[in-house]
Design a binder for this molecule. Structure first.
Ligand code: AKG
Ligand code: FE2
Length: 296
């Protein structure tokens, strides 16, 4: 059917049209039915390599030691490499990746913001990242049918179960609750039988609804599994990382960075002091609500 300018669904009309024009209607159906979807080739091989190498260099600085992508044995389990967004301009491409952002916008609305951009850098050993919903910090149960948070996980190395890939529990977004301690396991006798491995090549993006149970398997071989977790939330949630007021000079360009400015929370009205709510931010919000398209 043609999508009209229907007054009952003012935001959805634009968002849906964009999803259709990007060829993502099957992804949208998968997201609704199973709580997650897979976008093959979301990053070029060159960008995948550049992001992975940058993350490894940053992790080496942070951990104070050399890391070996192919044969690492000493760095075990998971180290979180946080606050990546300002570290290198290449990461703008991950946040603004057109297809994943259209689906995230469907899940979280036009005013959604970036909550964190991190890597869960994984070496061999341990139990993996146990199954959970990203509705953390006391989002009350039962969870709502709509997302408060949503996630795009970029595979920056090939994902296999043995290599410690992402795990998903299909359909778990409809359970509307967090995992219980006896449902979280991903290894051996503790493994949740409903968990499936997302085995995809590097450069793939996996997008999920905030309710969906996921985690990642323990790595059972030498070397590193590198992901990029692009985690978004609705504007009324507290983002994990502090972007607002901390954006480095020159990081944002002109109109082409409008969406990024919004994603970094620069247009949020709340947080005023004596000056009261800023008319500039209010006007910008109204503009966002009126805008028909997102991508530049
Ligand atoms: O290790 C992974 O890829 C899963 C990360 C995760 O749970 C998340 O980004 O919310
Ligand atoms: Fe998670």
């Amino acid at each position: 059917m043609d999508i009209g300018d229907w007054s009952a669904t003012p935001d959805l009309n634009d968002i849906y049209r964009e999803i259709r024009s990007l060829g993502l209607e099957t992804n949208l159906a998968e997201l609704e039915a199973y709580g997650f979807t897979i976008i093959p080739g979301a990053l070029s091989a060159e960008d995948t390599r550049a992001m992975r190498d940058t993350i490894i260099a940053l992790a080496e600085q942070r951990l104070g030691r050399r890391l070996d992508l192919e044969s690492e044995e000493d760095h075990q389990e998971i180290a979180l490499i946080p606050y990546l967004v300002f570290k290198d301009p290449i990461f703008k491409k991950a946040v603004l990746g057109q297809k994943q952002l259209a689906l995230i916008t469907y899940l979280l609305g036009k005013h959604c913001v970036l909550s964190s951009l991190t890597c869960h850098l994984k070496g061999p050993g341990g139990k993996g990242l146990l199954l959970h919903s990203d509705n953390a910090n006391n989002v009350p149960e039962p969870f709502s049918a709509y997302s408060h948070v949503a996630n795009t996980n970029y595979a920056l190395t090939d994902y296999t179960e043995e290599g410690g890939c992402l795990a998903m529990v299909p359909g778990s977004h409809r359970l509307h609750r967090q995992t219980t301690p006896w449902e979280t396991g991903l290894d051996g006798a503790d493994r949740n039988p409903n968990a499936i491995p997302i085995e995809v090549p590097a450069g793939t993006a996996i997008v999920w609804h905030g309710n969906t149970w996921h985690g990642s398997f323990p790595r059972k071989k030498p070397g590193l599994r590198v992901n990029l977790a692009t985690y978004f939330c609705r504007e009324y949630m507290m983002p994990q990382e502090a972007y607002r007021g901390n954006i480095p000079d020159g990081f944002l360009g002109g109109a082409e960075d409008d969406r990024l400015r919004l994603l970094l929370g620069e247009e949020i009205v709340h947080g005023w002091r004596d000056e009261g709510p800023s008319p500039k931010h209010r006007e910008r919000r109204a503009q966002v609500a009126r805008s028909r398209t997102w991508q530049t």
